[in-house]
Design a protein around this ligand. Structure first.
Ligand SMILES: Nc1ncnc2c1ncn2[C@@H]1O[C@H](COP(=O)(O)OP(=O)(O)OP(=O)(O)O)[C@@H](O)[C@H]1O
Ligand SMILES: [Mg+2]
Length: 361
């Protein structure tokens, strides 16, 4: 995967900017609030996904402009391709994110998922280590959705049934045939849930080897990272477990087992990272994971995703920075920074971002 050129119009604080990135490392530097993360975000949108910052699509359009455009030339699946992404406001004739790929209108941007692939590190992802289990489940689900198109459909089915079941549990006494309905929901949840948990466990099994190797190198062999999936049932037994939990679920008024109750545990040299990891160690865990996620995608699809690393070097010691800088030069990588001095050791292409404009530095 290689981004050759990108032009951004009326996007966040960028009225118009265009640049041709380096084949390996591209450094976007500038003072706070100038548009570095905005540029990284505009590259991420080419994946068809929504912004990694959350929020509404409309917030992406430059204030006062009717719509925003991100246009890119990239090399993928052994050919040069072109993608034009438009972001329209609620009242525009083409609302939301829409994609035109190689001249053909593909409708909603989500439909081009898998065409241009990227892995993003955004400082908020540090919450993966110390935050709630939901964030860790989401990390796995997002990665699996990009790799296996069928995963999203099963996930949606599971989530829908779960919502219905929880609604039933809240109205149980007032609902006729509630017992039979609950059983039908449990059958549906068991079928989809077994598949989701199995996929997550298989994925994590491979990911953890790669992440452990990354972490070992990042810490120059001083610390080790281990990961373990914590399932809520034994394979093949989700239906039985849900049946056994019936009275507990009626008390709790929610479904008590299945992929929505599971978690991933990170261990740093045997200790819980959730409890003990320092700032730099949390950052190292997330980076080790993100690099592993990209390597897994490369194995499955045959193409290494573009790496987008927002403010990645802060809090890391000299050794960890050096290791990352070496890794950044292997694959096409975009980094943002307020202080380009660390990158002077690399032969990355340097661009200055100032008030939404970009200049070769
Ligand atoms: N829809 C929008 N229209 C106009 N400006 C916007 C819009 N959305 C965000 N901005 C502005 O974009 C500016 C730059 O944001 P960005 O997050 O890219 O900065 P940055 O260069 O990454 O800064 P930092 O070094 O602090 O991370 C912010 O000041 C913000 O107010
Ligand atoms: Mg930023």
């Amino acid at each position: 995967m290689r981004l050759d050129r990108i032009s951004v119009t009326d996007y966040r604080n960028i009225a118009g900017a265009s640049f041709a990135p380096g084949r390996q490392l591209t450094v976007l530097w500038g003072e706070n609030g100038q548009g570095k993360t905005n540029l990284l975000e505009s590259i991420w949108l080419l994946t068809g996904g929504k912004s990694f910052r959350g929020g509404k699509d409309e917030e992406l359009i430059r204030r006062g402009a009717p719509f925003g455009v991100v246009q890119a030339a990239f090399h993928a699946q052994d050919r040069d391709q072109e993608l034009r992404l438009t972001i329209g406001g609620k009242d525009s004739p083409r609302p939301g994110r829409r994609a035109v790929l190689n001249g053909s209108d593909r409708g909603r941007a989500a439909s081009i998922a898998g065409t241009f692939t990227a892995v993003v590190f955004y400082p908020e992802h540090l919450r993966l280590v110390k935050g709630s289990p939901e964030g860790r489940r989401k990390f796995l689900d997002v990665a699996l959705c990009q790799l296996y198109p069928g995963y999203l459909a099963v996930l949606r089915r599971y989530t829908r049934t779960l919502t219905q079941k929880n609604a039933l549990l809240k109205q149980y006494e007032k609902t006729p045939d509630a017992g039979a309905m609950l059983d039908i929901f449990n059958q549906g949840l068991a079928k989809a849930g077994e598949e989701l948990t199995l996929r997550r466990m298989e994925y994590l099994d491979q990911l953890k080897e790669l992440a452990a190797a990354n972490y070992r190198d990042l810490s120059r062999g001083r610390e080790s990272l281990a990961m373990e999936y914590l399932p809520s049932f034994r394979p093949g037994e989700l239906y039985r477990k849900l049946t056994a939990l019936r009275s507990a679920e009626l008390g709790a008024r929610c479904s008590l087992a299945g992929p929505h109750r599971e978690d991933v545990e990170f261990l740093l040299s045997g200790q819980s990272a959730r409890t003990y990891a320092s700032q730099g160690q949390q950052r190292s865990v997330v980076l080790a994971l993100k690099l592993a996620e990209a390597a897994m995608a490369a194995q499955v699809t045959g193409e290494h995703p573009v790496m987008l690393l927002d403010d990645v070097l802060s809090e890391l010691d000299e050794g960890r920075q050096s290791y990352l800088l070496t890794r950044m030069e292997e694959k096409q990588t975009f980094v943002t920074t307020c202080d380009p001095s660390a990158f002077s050791r690399t032969n990355g292409a340097l661009f200055l971002v100032e008030e939404g404009q970009i200049k070769e530095a």
